[in-house]
Design a protein around this ligand. Structure first.
Ligand code: 13P
Length: 252
């Protein structure tokens, strides 16, 4: 029931000219592959170019963050209205790199999620445990708590525009991937939490992606798991052939 979504998170990579070349290369490679939604999330300065280059294709464009205030004295921040006007449809919120390096907390993640949903975006909400939490055996508690805090005051109707990306922090950019069983199990815990705070219908329908060193080699195995409805891909989304192979795995 949950739609599969394959999304790239470019992080701090790609200039506007590289963006144009990448999207133009990717377009024919993923054309007609409609068993999943395809999203590229890019740095702010690349977004207008990405939207323009992706026109008429099945590639949707997303930002990597957004501020929760509508406007004002927030040097360096970007608002929902700015992203809307250039045609951006998705936004990643709460990525572990934002939490780790830029002081993002569940409180600010929740504010951003609510603002982005009110503005009509599809939100890719990232959460996941750090290595010490997995080793301490508290992964389930951590992801369940993050799910509850990050989605506080989000209605079941608005939840239809939320994708959750389960990204174990120890698997991001490390080459370490959660096993398909670990990914399935923890995505299942998040799904059960959605059933508790919303409904079993909402739990069935929500897209829960896995992220963390997903690549052209391991995607098929991860995507085969019942609770894994797609991927949020960092490094492998910077190479058209690798990203396409993951889209292919979702279309198999
Ligand atoms: P990698 O695929 O590079 O591990 O990054 C995952 C990620 O953080 C996607 O948001």
């Amino acid at each position: 029931m949950a739609r599969t979504v394959i999304a790239g998170n470019w992080k701090m990579n790609m200039t506007p000219s590289e963006t144009k070349a990448f999207i133009e290369t990717l377009k024919p490679m993923v054309a007609g592959k409609d068993k999943c939604d395809i999203v590229i999330c890019a740095p702010y300065v690349d977004l207008a170019t990405a939207v323009e280059a992706a026109k008429g294709s099945n590639i949707k464009i997303g930002a990597e963050n957004v501020h929760f205030e509508a406007k004002g004295a927030y040097t360096g921040e970007v608002s929902c209205a700015m992203l809307k006007e250039i045609g951006c449809e998705y936004v990643i919120i709460g990525h572990s790199e934002r939490r780790q390096y830029f002081g993002e907390t569940d409180t600010t993640v929740n504010l951003r999620v609510k603002a982005a949903l009110a503005a009509g975006f599809k939100v890719i909400l990232c959460l996941g445990e750090v290595k010490e939490q997995r080793l301490a055996g508290i992964t389930d508690e951590v992801v369940s708590m993050q799910t509850k805090l990050d989605l506080a005051e989000v209605s079941e109707d608005d939840l239809k525009n939320v994708i959750i990306a389960y990204e174990p922090v120890w698997a991001i950019g490390t080459g370490l991937t959660a096993t398909p069983e670990q990914a399935d199990e923890t995505c299942g815990v998040i799904r059960d939490t959605i059933a508790v705070i919303y409904s079993s219908k909402a739990a069935k329908e929500i897209t829960i992606q896995y992220g963390g060193s997903m690549n052209d080699k391991n995607a098929a195995e991860l995507l085969a798991k019942k609770n894994v409805n797609g991927g949020l891909i960092g490094g492998a989304s910077l190479v058209p052939e690798k990203f396409t192979a993951i889209v292919d795995a979702a279309n198999a």
